[in-house]
Design a protein around this ligand. Structure first.
Ligand code: HEC
Length: 191
């Protein structure tokens, strides 16, 4: 009889310890970073997130910064440690696990230039000659040089220019860049 009660006690204790460690403890830590939610996400940002998911950016870029002291994220200048509210608006949350390229959790603050992002998406090697990031030219359109100047066209180095044509971001590229610029930790969570 005594043996049975030890067994039952053991099962209960294992269950309670696991519950404490896996649900209660993380909740206590996560709550530290919760601020007032932002209820409104602009249309461009929601659509840009959709393009980000579709194009598979997450296979090379994580969106989660480790706390100072865990790895070199802080030293790399990727921003403060991520908190729960950074992910409150858009689904899927897309934290990512691969880091073939830099983490993008705070890219909107680190790289705020809209034209820089267009150039990097159209042809990463126009920025860094040895880039291994794939180009995404299908997010852009090629028009005649005299076409209506909705945008003056990408400022490409000579080797990537198409003679007599200019390259304009299409709607999806604009949405994607709006989304990238919204990845700014000052907007998404606590400072
Ligand atoms: C095959 C891997 C790969 C994929 C897929 C990829 N990237 Fe990259 N990306 C990189 C690498 C590597 C870099 C680092 C610079 C370089 O070598 O180009 C980078 C750099 C960047 C940067 C600049 C980061 C910084 O800190 O300056 C941005 C922004 C970016 N990528 C956005 C995107 C977006 C948006 C997509 C999807 C449309 C995407 N990337 C898809 C590999 C990738």
């Amino acid at each position: 009889m005594i043996r049975y009660s030890i067994l039952v006690f053991g099962i209960l204790a294992t269950f309670l310890i696991a519950m404490f460690g896996l649900t209660i403890l993380p909740k206590i830590f996560i709550d530290e970073g919760v601020t007032e939610p932002v209820y409104f996400t602009p249309f461009e940002v929601t659509e840009g997130h959709r393009v980000f998911v579709r194009e598979g950016c997450i296979y090379c870029h994580s969106k989660q910064v480790r706390p100072e002291g865990f790895g070199a994220d802080f030293e790399r200048g990727w921003g403060r440690a991520s908190v729960a509210t950074d992910y409150r608006n858009l689904l899927p949350h897309n934290l990512g696990t691969m880091r073939t390229g830099p983490d993008l959790a705070n890219i909107g603050a680190r790289q705020p230039g809209e034209d820089w992002h267009y150039l990097n998406l159209y042809q990463p090697r126009a920025i860094n000659e040895e880039s291994i990031m794939p180009p995404f030219p299908w997010l852009f359109e090629e028009v005649g040089e005299d076409a209506r100047p909705a945008h003056e066209g990408l400022n490409l180095p000579d080797e990537y220019r198409v003679p007599g044509r200019k390259i304009l971001p299409d709607d999806e590229a604009r949405y994607l860049v709006a989304y990238l610029l919204s990845l700014d930790q000052q907007i998404t969570g606590v400072d």
